[in-house]
Write a protein that binds this ligand. Structure first.
Ligand code: M6R
Length: 615
């Protein structure tokens, strides 16, 4: 939610910042702006709408260039996405420029206070108060980092701030609380960004910033302190993927590329976690086996697609460990006062590692004494930093707002955790674990085979572009898959899409069925519980009898569904508990193609942002 870039170095600061914003545009695309320290002053430009509008503005009215600049791409919270509300925000003298990600909760009080001192605030944003406060503090202390520390001590809420001052040439200062900011360390140049993709073209050397820290970039180096000014310990790391991973690589959309990368993402997430004897090794889970043996309840917390991964994980965890398992939307979790103790294992699932709802849920869980294990795709992000342990998924950067490869790798990680728990508690023998591991190792190939047969799915999607509604049905693990199919369609195609447990049909939703209504049905594996399979075949007949156009996803060789399927999507035979990893893939392709056919922006759907850093 909002992308931020800062730069100090020897290159054209504007070029570096604009290129960084292009990489971060997935975080928000309501407006964009830049500020550059040049010719002893501060020059700024900002425009509502996507980054191209700002680029056009800079072409029509070029700014003087310099060696230090900041930039912002916005996902609006306070104030509509207008030129005026776009970042950067300045003080009245136009000497300070600040960009912000997050929400400053006490901005109204601060705004009123500034007004009494004669400040005129012109935008509707919460951010603008920071520019004015920084100007006041700088005029008394003469040091931008110090001014930032003073201001941060007065702010409540979540914020990443990056600022420049025309009287502090070649200095860029940043701060973070509950919102992401990383430092890139190049040769004689330094970067600040919401995530490393913004500077990966320049350096793979990065520094994690901790909670409540202020960072100062100068040509001579980087200084990190806490909000009180005490030197902070700095943790450096190397980014283990390169710039090409953050490019479209010949695909029209990041989403298409990320769908295609799924076989590799799944294989990479298994890599290094299975030893030469085929046994499971999860050394990174630093929670001792003795503690895992005592766990009495598992609670999975997550949002959106990651929540669906949690719903699927519940089946595997309960089946393999016999530990009761709950799955909860992170945004609801702490408000219902959940019953947790030191024998509860909370698993927080998040691609970005920055989702505020999930972060707040895990903090609540830890306060109650529960152990928290993060499943996360983003190295060094806040959720794994604040958890007791982390299992990283190795999907590589996911840029498209719609989550695809991250979802499949979250499932892999959940399966591994479930097996690990089963192994530690003795509910799974070593041989049983090895068998599942072998089956997991076959999944990349199965996903690859699904991807090779997607032509008819694309054609079908295009033929449905004028429809208003699509329903999705599933049973058992197919139910969360149905929810995920519906979510993808909502966020990408802006269509009414609902996922239902097929058994619930007759309790209400069947009233929605009308002539030619497309209904996607996820058929469980024949190798699972035969009764489930038979029941869903009956459900298909029930909806078809009422006029539905049935789109059936079923395993190769499953002939029972053929008479009732208007469209049949075949998937490879897969062990029942692993089947969601293949049944989800056609639904991703379906949603992507339908969105394209409807003329929607696939990678940047309206009103959304990749990383949801506000509650
Ligand atoms: O970064 P996270 O995994 O925590 O994000 C959670 C959701 O915001 C995310 O999965 C969202 O639902 C996706 N856009 C769905 O495709």
């Amino acid at each position: 939610m909002c992308g931020i870039v800062g730069y100090v170095g020897g290159q054209s600061a504007l070029d570096v910042v604009i290129a960084g914003l292009k990489r971060l545009e997935y975080r928000g695309y309501d407006s964009a702006g830049v500020a550059v320290l040049a010719d002893g002053g501060l020059a700024t430009a900002k425009k509502a709408g996507k980054l191209v509008n700002l680029e056009k503005e800079l072409k029509d009215r070029p700014l003087p260039d310099g060696f230090s600049a900041i930039g912002h791409t916005r996902w609006a919270t306070h104030g509509a996405p207008t030129d005026l509300n776009a970042h950067p925000h300045l003080d009245n003298a136009g000497r300070v420029a600040v960009v912000h990600n997050g929400i400053i909760e006490n901005f109204a009080v601060l705004r009123a206070e500034l007004a009494t001192r004669g400040h005129e605030l012109v935008s509707e944003t919460d951010t603008e108060v920071v520019g004015h406060l920084l100007a006041e503090s700088f005029s008394s202390c003469g040091d931008l980092a110090d001014a930032m520390r003073q201001v941060c001590r007065r702010l409540e809420g979540a914020f990443t701030l990056v600022a420049v001052h025309s009287d502090a040439p070649d200095v860029v200062v940043g701060a973070r609380r509950n919102s992401p900011l990383v430092v890139g360390v190049g040769e004689g140049e330094f970067f600040l960004a919401s995530d490393v993709t913004a500077f990966i073209d320049h350096t793979r050397s990065a520094i994690e910033l901790g909670q409540d820290q202020v960072v100062e970039l100068r040509l001579g180096g980087v200084t990190v302190t806490d909000f009180a000014g005490a030197a902070a310990e700095v943790r450096s790391y190397h980014v283990d993927w390169d710039a090409s991973a953050a490019e479209k690589g010949g695909y029209d959309y990041f989403m298409l590329k990320e769908i295609a990368e799924q076989p590799k993402a799944v294989a990479d997430t298994l890599l290094g976690r299975i030893d030469t004897t085929g046994a499971l090794r999860l050394d990174e889970i630093r929670i001792p086996a003795s503690v895992l043996r005592e766990v009495t309840k598992v609670v999975l917390v997550a949002c959106g697609t990651a929540f669906h991964a949690g719903l699927i994980a519940k089946y595997a965890i309960e089946h393999w460990t016999r530990i009761p398992c709950e799955v909860e939307l992170a945004s609801e979790f702490r408000y219902r006062d959940p019953i947790l103790d030191e024998r509860t294992l909370v698993i927080a699932i998040s691609q970005s590692g920055e989702t505020m709802d999930t972060l707040m849920a895990l903090r609540h869980a830890r306060e109650q004494g529960a152990r928290v294990l993060a499943i996360c795709n983003t190295n060094g992000s806040t959720i794994p930093r604040e958890s007791d342990a982390v299992l990283y998924t190795h999907a590589g950067p996911e840029v498209a707002v719609a989550s695809t490869k991250a979802f499949l790798t979250q499932l892999v990680a959940c399966y591994l955790v479930a097996l690990y728990l089963g192994q530690a508690r003795g509910t799974q023998t070593a041989d049983e674990v090895r068998t599942v591991i072998r089956e997991l190792a076959d999944v990349p190939d199965a996903v690859g085979r699904v991807l090779q047969t997607m032509g008819p799915v694309r054609e079908l999607a295009r033929s449905l572009a004028q429809k208003d509604t699509v329903l999705f049905l599933g049973r058992h693990m197919g139910y969360p898959v149905a929810l995920e199919g519906a979510l993808k369609l909502k966020e990408l195609a802006y269509m009414h899409a609902e996922g239902f447990a097929a058994g619930e049909l007759k309790h209400g939703p069947i009233a929605l069925i009308e002539e030619d209504l497309p209904v996607v049905v996820v058929v469980p594996s024949l190798r699972g519980q035969p009764i489930l399979h038979d029941k869903i075949v009956s459900n298909i007949q029930e909806i078809r009898a009422r006029g539905a156009r049935t789109i059936v996803i079923a395993e190769e060789g499953d002939g029972t569904v053929e008479p009732y399927a208007d469209h049949l999507i075949r998937i490879p035979v897969t062990p029942a508990l692993l089947q969601p990893m293949v049944t989800t893939v056609p639904l991703q392709v379906f949603a992507c193609e339908l969105a394209t056919a409807r003329g929607n922006e696939v990678d940047q759907p309206r009103n959304l942002a990749k990383s949801v850093t506000v509650e």
